[in-house]
Design a protein around this ligand. Structure first.
Ligand code: ADP
Ligand code: NI
Length: 218
């Protein structure tokens, strides 16, 4: 089937682009996002080819991961064109990739996402919370030499994109209050809201236990 071949090409491309990533956006993250998007698609009436292609490609032109995101954008355009995606399909997929990230939402620059985009956004956000989310936060924090926790540094609310990026005294635990615990209420679809509620509980239990251990209570 043409659609399966198109998706396979997109899968292979994303794997080549992100396979060596060690910042928490590796191909394992992509496969979890794709699998979650598939699950949400069983309840939502969005186009699977658009949704899953955008899920595979959503980090391939991220400015945090690539020195030249413009060039990455061109590679995506070439890939989709070569595999006979229509101009309308290409437009929707690239609009999703551009508008998805949390930091853009902070600046209110986001255009309203299509349903396919909302599904990918939910799947991407779900991968930042729960047990996987805890693991990714610690992995990221270690790589960026963050402190684990400092009770004297209060979590910061409502930061701009630049402030969020340039925090020099971020702690792993504060990242939960500044970002991860907020994601639950930002889910678009019913399916994601339900899953997020369970994952929120895991994070809250973890934070409670962490603080109890920190102060030798338990
Ligand atoms: P996105 O996947 O939306 O582009 P990021 O690149 O900001 O998000 O984050 C990738 C992973 O690293 C996420 O799981 C996120 O929670 C975690 N992370 C991002 N910033 C921090 C931070 N300052 N401290 C700890 N974990 C972080
Ligand atoms: Ni992602």
């Amino acid at each position: 089937m043409k659609r399966d071949n198109q998706l396979f090409a997109v899968h292979n491309f994303a794997k080549r682009q992100l396979g060596s990533d060690r910042s928490g956006h590796g191909f394992d993250h992509i496969e979890r996002v794709v699998n979650m998007a598939k699950k949400i698609l069983t309840k939502e009436n969005a186009d699977p080819l658009i949704t899953l292609s955008a899920a595979y490609l959503h980090d391939v032109s991220d400015e945090k991961l690539f020195d030249d995101p413009e060039e990455q954008g061109q590679l995506i355009l070439r890939l989709l064109t070569e595999h006979a995606f229509s101009p309308a399909q290409i437009e929707e997929i690239t609009a999703i990739i551009k508008n998805l990230s949390f930091s853009k939402t902070l600046n209110n620059k986001t255009q309203r996402l299509s349903l396919a985009g909302q599904i990918v956004q939910d799947a991407d956000r779900l991968d930042a919370i729960g047990a996987i989310g805890i693991t990714r936060a610690i992995y990221y924090g270690g790589k960026h030499a963050e402190t684990i926790y400092d009770p004297n540094i209060a979590p910061r609310e409502k930061m701009t994109k630049e402030e969020y990026r340039n925090l020099d005294n971020e702690t792993i635990i504060n990242h939960f209050y500044e970002k991860l615990l907020k994601l639950k209420d930002m889910m678009n679809t019913k399916t994601a809201k339900k899953i997020a509620a369970g994952r929120q509980k895991i994070m809250l239990d973890y934070l409670n236990q962490f603080k109890a251990e920190w102060s030798a209570e338990k």
